[in-house]
Design a protein around this ligand. Sequence first.
Ligand SMILES: [Zn+2]
Length: 120
Amino acid sequence: MANPQTKKKRKKQQSVIVLEEQLEAEVQNAVEVTEALEELKKQGNRIDIQVCPRCKSPKVRRAKSTGGDMWAHIGMLPPSYECPDCGWQERIVLKATNKPLNVRDVELIREAMEVEDEKP
Ligand SMILES: [Zn+2]
């Protein structure tokens, strides 16, 4: 039972706690995705799950196309995705998969994570 005065002084500490909670949610999401994929693998299903690169939520969905998204409509750009959990929105999305990865998949993941090749 902290009184309001001590609460005010703890503002900084509270923001640290919020950060920790976010991190916990992120880990929890990642664990859930992994478990779901393992379960499907046992059932013989091989699938891709789109996960939010920010909070690892598997609830990522195709964003409703807006007027400015004509490039995606004509196939010039990948469609936008959005995360209902943290509000993230991008054209690229990370995929968790239980398929065996081939070279092309690894390249796509590297692209999505913006891994830069070392320049010679
Ligand atoms: Zn998210």
